[in-house]
Each structure stands twice: as structure tokens, then as C-alpha cells.
Design a protein around this ligand. Structure first.
Ligand code: 1PR
Length: 539
């Protein structure tokens, strides 16, 4: 019987969904004695090494896990499920299982953003292996591939991946142990194929036929630029959840004669799950669902977005980010829910990352007021602590504030000067752009990085829905202010805008909504344009 080990952190729903999709039956490990019944075991893990070890220890599962693995029965570890096989992790004072004699270390961010998020190739060391596919990675720590320093660990290495100028072990294989740093359950068709192959013969001898050929650094890594489809979701006037799309955040139909929006219906561009499925089939690298009215009220007890996430996660096998309402809230019966509880509900439903908007801004305001010392209580910190920083996206809603050429106010150091002689800084807003705050985009981005965000979703209120292209000045400004990945958002009007944003800034991903919803431009067309411009993308 196939068993799955869930240590209560991260999105294990997606793996369960993939197994069901592939027609495989499984049970969950609930107690230490369940290991005795298991004839094969998958340990999927997202999140923090320390939480995983602590949780397994508390539930008395760590030693039975070690015994299971060393008994020689088939084991598939994913992400943290691979890292626990190692000796230790720089992320945690707790020891790992020590089966692979090598430490897990943090990526250097000298030459790249950390976490490593996105689709990268996983070169197999078996010279006779087929060309490897692209798989989805999301992690800040890794086993560095260093056969001279860790010769025994190099014998375990089955595949390596290059990020920046670092090579790390992206899969290990020995006897019946197989483990991957990447997430097959989030790697589309390639990942499902890998899972299916293992599931069909988990007990097959996995010794390599050919000797492993050591790998060396290449001039460029294989990480692709990501193309993301975003769905802004809200209830329409009839109470149905629909995907909508605004112009500069105004989502109501305009009166054609006056262009006044008051009273217009909420634009309805389709059903969230149906659209998400369409984008998955078209090759989107990631999907994003934003509940755009959650700043008004968002009780967890009655949260229709949870059902949307559950249904979407059954259908798509690429990463899913959920945003809107990730904050402390109170249910109608008076039950208080922490932001961590809200995020946990979304992870359990099948989300891989949560995106925090207004709450993140308030947290950065508090951070600044306290002289830059984090107090550990914000939503960013509590969620990153439990799930790892790679699970926390901060969504930023900035707009340009034009100033005189000789402006010398508080934001003078961040003023951008355009070729047309205009000068401006970027001010951040909350509540869907309705309320401006005295916080610049650089202050918010750097504060979010300090508090532990793993990625920034950088919108532009000025460009949203205009089709004029991404705000390259904004993106370049933020990109040089932080060391975490940045997703460009707002303003895409044609495939060439994606080429422009990747050619002219260092952003890791670009997101669009309107052009995809209205079928003006397809995801395939965007990828073709990127390939033609020699920009690395997933097929
Ligand atoms: O504050 O944590 O509850 O999160 C609310 C989230 O909802 C934030 O991420 C905020 O950006 C978003 N949001 C709030 N109101 C709106 C609105 O449109 N009225 N949408 C809104 C923001 C921006 C992007 C959009 C891109 C691409 N939408 O999500 O998809 O601009 O659009 P385009 O390609 O058509 O130009 P919280």
C-alpha cells in the first residue's frame, strides 16, 4: 500500500490530487505504526526544514521514518522530503536523518535572487539518460554539488541543476530511495510523467546502468522566465464569484456616453476555475487568483475562494498563488482567525503561495516605526516561519506621484526622471488602490524583504488594464533595491511587452490578466515571441 506522509505544513493537496489524477490509491500516515503497513512511501514537503523536523519529532514519526527508509522499502521524497535525508541544514539547529553525508546550505544571493523560484532543467548524471525536462523549484536552501568536498554525497547525486553560478543536487537516487528537490506535482505534464513512472514500479531497482558523469558549471543557468496568468476575482452584483478586470483598478463597466463608472456592472470575464484550466492547458507557468474585495470582509468560515482554490488545484498541476484577505480576521460567530490560520486554510486547499497586500504594507509601516526591528508578529513573519519564505508573496500597489524637478522632500532619493523631463516617485496604496499611504515602493519592497517575503508581485495602478506595457522604470527601481524575485505586473498589451520587460529589466516573471482573458494574446504566442528573442522559457 502506498502511504503519504503529511507533516502539516505546505501544500500536500496537490500531490494527493496528482496521485488521484494518475489513478493511484493511497493512505495517509497518521501514527508511527502506519509505517509498518507501507510498501511504498512518499514524503512531500514544502516549507521550512526546522518545522518539518520539529513536527515529525513531536508526532513520534521521525525515527519510524528513518527505520522505514533504511529498511530498503521504496521511498520518494520531494523538496523537504529530500532535504531531511541529509545530515543537517543551515536553516535549522535540528539534525537531519544523516542518510546522505552532506549539509544543506543556503544559496548565495551575490549573483541572483533567493529563493530560487521557477522552472529549471534537472540534468541527469546518467550519460545515457534522455534530455531532461523542466521542473518547478521553490527553495532557498540546497545540497551544493561538490564531488571533491563531499565525495560520498556525490555518489547519491542523480541529477544536478544550475542556479546562477552554483550547481546543486536536484535529485538523489540509491537503492530504493529516490528524492527530488523540485516538485513533480507542480511540474505540469513532465512532473506527472515522472510520478507515474515511479508509482508504476516504486520497488524497481534504481541502480544506474551507466556510470554517473560529473557535471561542471555552464556559462548560463537554465532557469526560465515565467509567464503568469492572473485572475482578479470578486462577487458580481448577483453574488456570483467571477473573474473581473479593471482599468487602473476600476472594475465596473463604463457608461459609453459619459465614461462615468458609477452604477456600472462589475465586468464579468468568466469563471475562475474554467479560466485557470484554460491557462494551464495553454502552458502558463504559474497561476494567480486574487480576491480583490477581501479588504472589506473576509471571514474564513464563509470563504468561497477556498472552494475555488480546491477545484482549481484538482485540475492544474502548476503553482497556484492566492491573494486577498490574508490577514487576521473574525468569523461571524466571533471566532478570531490569525493570518497564519487563513493562509494555512489556503495551503490545505491547494495553494502553493499566498500573496499579502494591505497587511504587508501595514507591517512595513510598523517596522519603520520601530526603527527597523521585526517583532515576529506580522502575517509575513508568522507565515514565512511556518511555511518558509518562498511561500509568501507580497503584492504591491504603487502609483506615480509627479513632483517638480527640484523636489527635495522625503522621497527625493527615489525620484525617477523620465526622458521627457518629468520627475516622479512611487507611492503605495492599500484597499485596492483606494487609500494612498506615506510609503514609497522602495520602502515597502525593502521592508517586505526584511520581514521575510519570498517574492514581490509588483503591480502598477497607472498601467493596470491600459495595455501600454509594463512600467519598466518602476520594475528596474524595485529590482535593484531587493534580492528576492520580482514578478512584473500591469500593462501588458501585446507579446512584445513581455520581450521588452525581460530584455530591459532583471525581473524573474511577468504577469498579465486582461489580454489573456479577452483572448487578444495567447500564452503560446507570448512564449514564441520570447523564444524568438532568445529568452529562455519553458515549452
Ligand atoms: O490587500 O491583501 O486583501 O490583497 C488584495 C489584492 O487584490 C492585492 O494583490 C491587490 O493588488 C488586488 N486588488 C485589489 N483591488 C484590485 C482592483 O483591481 N480593483 N487588483 C486589485 C489588482 C492588479 C493585478 C492585475 C494586473 C494585470 N489587480 O492583479 O491582474 O494589473 O492586469 P493587466 O494585465 O490587465 O494590466 P489584500
Amino acid at each position: 500500500m502506498l502511504y503519504l506522509l503529511d507533516y502539516g505544513a505546505g501544500n500536500v493537496t496537490s500531490l494527493a490530487n496528482s496521485l488521484r489524477q494518475l489513478g493511484h490509491d493511497f493512505r495517509w500516515i497518521e501514527t508511527p505504526t502506519d509505517f509498518e503497513q507501507a510498501t511504498s512511501l512518499i514524503f512531500p514537503g514544502v516549507g521550512a526544514f526546522e518545522s518539518a523536523i520539529q513536527h515529525l519529532t513531536r508526532r513520534g514519526l521521525l525515527e519510524p521514518l528513518r527505520e522505514y527508509i533504511t529498511s530498503g522499502r521504496p521511498y520518494l521524497g520531494i523538496c523537504i522530503g529530500m532535504q531531511v535525508l541529509f545530515q543537517s541544514s543551515e536553516e535549522s539547529p535540528s539534525a537531519g536523518l544523516g542518510i546522505v553525508p552532506c549539509p544543506i546550505e543556503r544559496f548565495s544571493n551575490d549573483d541572483k535572487s533567493v529563493p530560487h523560484i521557477g522552472w529549471n532543467s534537472a540534468d541527469l548524471l546518467d550519460a545515457s539518460a534522455e534530455d531532461p525536462a523542466y521542473y518547478y523549484f521553490v527553495h532557498s536552501y540546497c545540497a551544493k554539488y561538490n564531488p571533491e568536498k563531499y565525495p560520498e554525497a556525490a555518489e547519491w547525486a542523480y541529477g544536478t541543476t544550475q542556479y546562477g553560478q552554483e550547481l546543486f543536487v536536484s535529485s538523489v537516487r540509491k537503492g530504493n530511495i529516490f528524492a527530488t528537490q523540485f516538485h513533480p506535482e507542480k511540474s505540469g505534464a513532465a512532473g506527472l510523467k515522472l510520478l507515474d513512472t515511479w508509482l508504476r514500479a516504486p520497488g524497481a531497482a534504481h541502480a544506474l546502468a551507466a556510470p554517473r558523469v560529473a557535471r561542471a558549471l555552464k556559462p548560463k543557468h537554465g532557469l526560465t522566465k515565467r509567464v503568469i496568468a492572473c485572475m482578479d476575482v470578486r462577487a458580481n452584483d448577483a453574488g456570483d464569484l467571477v473573474v473581473t478586470k479593471g482599468d487602473q483598478y476600476d472594475v465596473r463597466e463604463k457608461n459609453p456616453s459619459t465614461t462615468v463608472t458609477a452604477g456600472g456592472a462589475v465586468r464579468n470575464l468568466g469563471k475562475p476555475v474554467a479560466l485557470a484550466a484554460r491557462y494551464y492547458d495553454a502552458g502558463a507557468d504559474e497561476l494567480c487568483l486574487l480576491n480583490i474585495t477581501s479588504f472589506r470582509h473576509s471571514p474564513l468560515q464563509d470563504q468561497p475562494m477556498l472552494a475555488v482554490v480546491r477545484a482549481a488545484a484538482e485540475r492544474l498541476f502548476v503553482p497556484l498563488t492566492i491573494g486577498g484577505g490574508i490577514k487576521d480576521s473574525v468569523d461571524p460567530d466571533g471566532t478570531a482567525r490569525s493570518a497564519l490560520e487563513v493562509a494555512s486554510a489556503y495551503f490545505r486547499a491547494g495553494a502553493d503561495k499566498v500573496s499579502i497586500g494591505s497587511e504587508a504594507l501595514y507591517a512595513v509601516e510598523r517596522l519603520r516605526a520601530s526603527g527597523g526591528v521585526p517583532d515576529g508578529t506580522s502575517a509575513i513573519e508568522t507565515i514565512a516561519h511556518a511555511y518558509g519564505r518562498q511561500a509568501v508573496v507580497v503584492s504591491i500597489d504603487p502609483r506615480r506621484v509627479y513632483v517638480d524637478a527640484d523636489y527635495a522632500g522625503r522621497h527625493a532619493a527615489e525620484v525617477v526622471r523620465g526622458a521627457d523631463g518629468k520627475a516622479w516617485w512611487y507611492q503605495c496604496a492599500v484597499s485596492g488602490g483606494r487609500e494612498d499611504r506615506d510609503l514609497s515602493v522602495v520602502e515597502l519592497a525593502q521592508g517586505a524583504d526584511t520581514l521575510g517575503a519570498g517574492e514581490l508581485l509588483l503591480n502598477s495602478i497607472d498601467r493596470d488594464g491600459t495595455g501600454l506595457g509594463f512600467d519598466l522604470d518602476l520594475l528596474a527601481l524595485v529590482k535593484r533595491s531587493v534580492r528576492i524575485p520580482v514578478v512584473a505586473s500591469s500593462g501588458a498589451g501585446k507579446a512584445a511587452h513581455f520581450v521588452e520587460v525581460f530584455a530591459q529589466t532583471d525581473v524573474e516573471a511577468a504577469l498579465a490578466a486582461g489580454i489573456f482573458h479577452r483572448e487578444q494574446v495567447g500564452i503560446g504566442e507570448v512564449k514564441e515571441a520570447l523564444r524568438a528573442a532568445d529568452i529562455n522559457v519553458r515549452q
